[in-house]
Design a protein around this ligand. Structure first.
Ligand code: HEC
Ligand code: HEC
Length: 351
């Protein structure tokens, strides 16, 4: 090859390599520019597995989290300006609805189901009692548009908040855009709800060796390991699966759980296992909030289980416990309460 052609070829190859390299670098780069905001690390308590949701397409930042917190407590996200996320997800109840079977939404409506607690969500493969949603962003869109929960539209929300100077600045800082877009609202809410972690109960301190369980709590812990841990395993206290636990169908609600989503008979009456963390303060219980005490939940397993073709085989004969054992189990469940989380001002209504 003559030297001119050779050097032309070299230049061409070099140019091609450069273009390829720049392209690869660009596609590795986070989709969002994070200059000027304080990035935050996800909290992963000792003993927890790796989280499933890692904010890859939504870099977690102090500013993004604060924006999500403000939106979570803002009544303007609902059509009647009275039903913010926090009206159903209350911090004193682990972000469930305190002492309610089902929650109140707009137009005097009631939700179909009991509002779940909101913490450790980054570890959950799906959301809702029937596992309908798999991401926190899709999940947050549902109540804003849902006619029972908040009844608003994104257009309506954005019209109400777009002239608020604080919001303008916050959205601009986090998402680098002069406009407020629906996806930014959802991303900010994901940062707030997905960041909340609860792992500082007496049980957790016992596991770290900084607290001791009473004799009764310890007896309850052993009973839990034998009877409950298959579906409510440590450290999350849920297996993140769906089961039919033999609760009778409420003829008024007619809720068949997972079958609503899949239309499959084998999914009839299957509901997602809720965590037992903070259960002591998150009354009411079960998907429709039919029980208001933990004692009633435990008694359901002892004497209330209804047979049906999809009943979980573990519960065919119910769970046998004496009254003392049931009480010890209750005392252990109480030790799963993380009072610091319930008072943590990082998650409270912004002042
Ligand atoms: C009117 C009451 C109400 C309002 C308002 C409300 N929610 Fe909910 N939320 C619920 C109920 C009920 C469920 C369970 C729905 C189901 O399983 O069918 C739920 C489920 C969730 C879940 C899933 C939790 C899990 O573990 O499955 C998240 C996350 C959530 N809501 C976040 C929000 C956010 C963010 C807002 C505000 C944009 C909000 N919610 C507004 C009642 C409400
Ligand atoms: C076969 C799996 C399975 C076993 C075994 C099991 N649970 Fe559950 N548990 C579930 C599921 C699923 C739900 C939700 C059921 C629903 O709402 O339809 C639930 C709900 C609960 C609730 C209500 C929590 C809330 O926030 O609503 C409590 C409390 C509870 N279980 C405690 C226990 C205890 C204590 C044991 C052992 C004695 C136990 N469970 C054994 C699967 C199980």
């Amino acid at each position: 090859m003559n030297p001119v052609r050779k050097s032309l070829l070299t230049i061409f190859i070099l140019f091609f390599v450069c273009v390829l390299f720049t392209y690869l670098l660009g596609s590795c780069k986070k989709e969002q520019n994070t200059k000027g905001i304080q990035l935050m690390q996800q909290e992963i308590p000792a003993g927890f597995p790796a989280p499933l949701h890692t904010f890859n397409d939504n870099p977690l930042s102090k500013e993004g989290f604060e924006l999500g917190r403000k939106l979570f407590y803002d009544e303007r996200l609902s059509i009647d300006n009275q039903h913010p996320c926090s009206s159903c997800h209350q911090q004193i109840a682990g972000f469930g609805t305190f002492e309610h079977d089902r929650s109140h939404g707009v137009n005097n409506s009631h939700t179909l189901r009991n509002a779940p607690v909101l913490f450790n969500l980054a570890w959950s493969p799906f959301f809702h009692w029937d596992g309908e949603f798999t991401t926190l962003q899709d999940e947050a869109a549902q109540p804003i548009n849902g006619h029972i929960e908040m009844g608003e539209s994104f257009e309506g929300v954005i019209n109400k908040i777009k002239d608020d100077q604080d919001y303008q600045e916050q959205f601009k800082k986090v998402f680098r855009s002069p406009f407020i877009r629906p996806e930014f609202i959802l991303k900010a809410l994901e940062q707030f709800t997905g960041y909340m972690v609860s792992a500082d109960s007496k049980y957790d301190r016992y596991k770290k060796g900084t607290a001791t369980l009473t004799v009764q709590e310890n007896a309850g812990y052993q009973l839990y390991k034998i009877n409950c841990a298959t579906c409510h395993p440590e450290p999350m206290f849920t297996d993140h699966k769906l089961h039919n636990t033999g609760l009778a169908v409420d003829p008024f609600l007619n809720d068949f759980g997972r079958m609503r989503i899949t239309n499959k008979k084998e999914d009839s009456l299957k509901f997602r296992t809720p965590t037992l963390r903070n259960t002591y303060i998150s009354s009411n219980y079960m998907h429709d909030g039919r029980f208001n005490t933990i004692g009633q939940c435990i008694n359901h397993y002892r004497t209330g289980v209804q047979a049906s073709s999809t009943l979980d085989p573990l519960l065919t004969n119910g769970i046998t416990l004496t009254d003392t054992e049931a009480n010890n189990l209750f005392v252990f469940l109480r030790a799963l309460t993380d009072s610091a989380f319930l008072r943590d001002t990082r998650f409270s209504k912004p002042q």
